[in-house]
Ligand binder design. Structure first.
Ligand SMILES: NC(=O)c1ccc[n+]([C@@H]2O[C@H](COP(=O)([O-])OP(=O)(O)OC[C@H]3O[C@@H](n4cnc5c(N)ncnc54)[C@H](O)[C@@H]3O)[C@@H](O)[C@H]2O)c1
Ligand SMILES: CC(C)C1=CC=C(C(=O)O)[C@@H](O)[C@H]1O
Length: 246
């Protein structure tokens, strides 16, 4: 029986790249997203036979959706070994103009979702005595991000802290919890956020002068998901081309 992974926000972008690399590494993969249709389309492209994939609607704002997705994965594949809390949203508003409601919305979708994901998936994994959780943070959570992304940056910084807390809590259950903090990665989101005329300026600021590679993030998740990765937990893995160094 394959090891089993679940990725949130996996219909496109980094989540899809991570799900694809896990699938290529032999995992059975649950591709989850806000829209079941988009999750199913991604799963169909990845795994036309449908033998090692499962498309699910999982709105990360809903604890009930997390619980239902876990139940569906266990029913189909028997267990869940790896969970990637990847889904997030961005909003761009100058910091002094962000309303409390907008702040709450971004923190709920980006941070509370990771908190709930770690609780729901972590409890299942700890009961089984084994698991791997990877949370998607961001360079923005390390360096403060941009002037219009205060809530996004704060939401991602909090994920780094939650990752440490859950790593300590779940260690005795054989579960590791790590975060990845990417800088700008070649992805639809970055292409949408940075028009061609601004791309040169962005690249000029990156020490390695290139965007990051989404498949590399997927391969990093595969490494963190290995049983042999038991000794890295509570860590945040920077993948940012030198934009932030500890
Ligand atoms: N692209 C980058 O360069 C970059 C850099 C640093 C961090 N990140 C992080 O990586 C992750 C993925 O980013 P991306 O660039 O692929 O983003 P994206 O916007 O392309 O994809 C996000 C996915 O999440 C889904 N989603 C949105 N709201 C959801 C909800 N409520 N429930 C479930 N799914 C939902 C979307 O439908 C989409 O498929 C995010 O956590 C983001 O903050 C991305
Ligand atoms: C648009 C670009 C500068 C960028 C895209 C995505 C980010 C993220 O955290 O999601 C930022 O780190 C930022 O580099």
């Amino acid at each position: 029986m394959s090891q089993v992974a679940l990725v949130t926000g996996a219909a496109q972008g980094l989540g899809l790249a991570i799900a694809s690399r896990l699938f290529a590494a032999g995992y059975a993969v649950a591709i989850t997203d806000l829209s079941l249709e988009r999750a199913q389309a991604a799963a169909d492209r990845l795994d036309p036979s449908g033998q090692r994939s499962l498309a699910l609607k999982l709105d990360v704002d809903s604890k009930a959706d997390f619980e239902a997705a876990l139940a569906a994965v266990v029913e189909r594949f028997g267990a869940l070994h790896v969970a990637v809390n990847n889904a997030a949203m961005t909003m761009t508003t100058p910091v002094m103009q962000i309303s409390p409601e907008e702040f709450d919305r971004v923190l709920s979708l980006n941070t509370r979702s990771v908190f709930v994901g770690c609780q729901v998936f972590g409890a299942h994994m700890a009961a089984a005595g084994y698991g791997r959780i990877v949370n998607m943070a961001s360079l923005a959570g390390q360096n403060g991000g941009t002037a219009t992304g205060a809530h996004y940056a704060a939401s991602k910084g909090a994920i780094v802290t939650l990752t440490k807390i859950f790593a300590k809590e779940l260690a005795s259950g054989g579960v590791t919890v790590n975060a990845i903090a990417p800088g700008p990665i070649e992805s639809p989101a970055v292409r949408a956020a940075v028009p061609p005329e601004r791309m040169e300026g962005l690249l000029a600021n990156i020490p390695v002068k290139r965007l990051g590679d989404a498949d590399f993030l997927g391969d990093l998740v595969v490494q963190l998901a290995r049983p042999e990765a038991y000794f890295t937990t509570g860590a945040t893995w920077d993948v940012n081309g030198g934009l932030f160094m500890r």
